[in-house]
Write a protein that binds this ligand. Structure first.
Ligand SMILES: C[S@@+](CC[C@H](N)C(=O)[O-])C[C@H]1O[C@@H](n2cnc3c(N)ncnc32)[C@H](O)[C@@H]1O
Length: 123
């Protein structure tokens, strides 16, 4: 998760290839995510998110998430954290959930539409 307050003039991006990633440290090639994006993994993420939702809310508030912020949720999965963030940033803020797994993004977008949430985008 990355947080901005909307005042940054330019992004500070590392040069491509000079950082590792959680999916393959030191590699510049896309690596498969070890837990995948199966139905079983989605069910596991749902159960996990349910069990830690209250703690996640405390963490997000402690991080200073507030109305009007724009928040990036990297590795958003089904968007559980992203959806929690939408309530904190409010209609004046926005959340961008990024994931490499198309099935996760598709499910997250379906949930967004079903819930009528407008201040989150999944890509
Ligand atoms: C353990 S899941 C957590 C999902 C969500 N943050 C949650 O708390 O429920 C990790 C997610 O990160 C995604 N992921 C892993 N490496 C990634 C990468 N390099 N770029 C984008 N997404 C990545 C996976 O596809 C997976 O959906």
């Amino acid at each position: 998760m990355a947080i901005t307050n909307g005042r940054e003039q330019e992004a500070r991006s590392p040069q491509r290839g000079d950082r590792g990633s959680c999916a393959g440290v030191g590699s510049t090639q896309p690596q498969p995510y070890s837990l995948g994006a199966s139905d079983a993994e989605m069910a596991r993420l749902d159960a996990q998110a349910d069990s830690i939702a209250a703690a996640t809310a405390v963490l997000l508030r402690s991080a200073g998430i507030a109305p009007g912020m724009r928040v990036l949720d990297l590795g958003t999965g089904l968007g559980h954290v992203a959806f929690q963030l939408t309530g904190l940033v409010g209609p004046a803020g926005s959340v961008l959930g990024i994931d490499q797994a198309e099935p996760m993004l598709t499910a997250a977008e379906q949930r967004r539409l079903a819930a009528g949430v407008e201040n989150v985008h999944f890509a």
